[in-house]
Design a protein. Sequence first.
Length: 343
Amino acid sequence: MRDLAERIAPRKPLATWLYWAQYSIALFVLGFPLAVYEGFVREHKYGLSNQTLAALLIDGCKGLGLNIVLGGLAVMVLLGIVRRLPGTRHVWGASAAIVFQTILILISPVFIAPMFNKYTPLTDARIRDPILRIARQNGISATNVYQVDASRQSKRISANVSGFLGTERITLNDNLLSRCSPQTIMAVMGHEMGHYVLNHLYKLLTFLAIEAVIFFAVLRWSLAWSIARWGEQWQIRDTGDPAVLPLAVLILSVLSFVFTPINNTIVRTQEYEADIFGLNSARQPDGFAEAALLLGEYRKLDPSPLEEVLLFDHPSGRTRIYSAMRWKAENQCLGDAVRPCGR
Ligand SMILES: [Zn+2]
């Protein structure tokens, strides 16, 4: 693939991009059976999918196209850095990766997510107005809440906060709207506002930046070591050769696998913070417990503590229902204007 790319494009950046395009297509084709099993066979077996195989394939092709364009740009820049700044390549590589990550989060809600789903302002005042009231209570100057047609793909309930620097938005999916009580919707929205108010996105980006520095330092060292040892046999000339990409992807995959419990724990900790924020702001412990039960459709409700620490990027249903019921027992009086707390 490298030789073909270099024959077609004598200029290095374009050859890198052509290599990336071929490599992405090869990965897509080779990974397709697993993707169908995971995203179609299993999902239908659990009754969680609304998608036909054709629709799944179309979404997959859109993802592949994005990967070829955006991933290709990133790879062109990264290999350019490797070729031009050999002494400090890991530092500049990590910096570029952080910039790409930031841009991706920035443009995702505006340009990428709408390629897969339709986002519309939530117009039902009975749902929207209480959400905006809680938002204002917590210093969020939102004027709009969005809904997304997630039912195109699945029956799962979900909501999220995305974007930043002016692109941030709170979105709830149509499954949440059609399957849950107003109390549950409020509870979930309180949680999402927690992410927003507690600046979770910025904190996560800071952590990812630290991780990127570690990853690129390890990558630099392990690529140099492997190429010195097997470079000739694998026909990889040096670290600036596009043919190094599969090896780099392999090393980064192993690293991110090793980091899974750390990343999960960071995200899970933020999720728990958002849970508590949501209980305090929406004051719907029963609604929150109901949401946790519905999430049990695709998340094990009562894992062992070790399972939760290693594999869960959200608190388990058990943890969430427990904290909701404890909140209810201790703060029930908050919802009762006639009988103030402590009487
Ligand atoms: Zn969350």
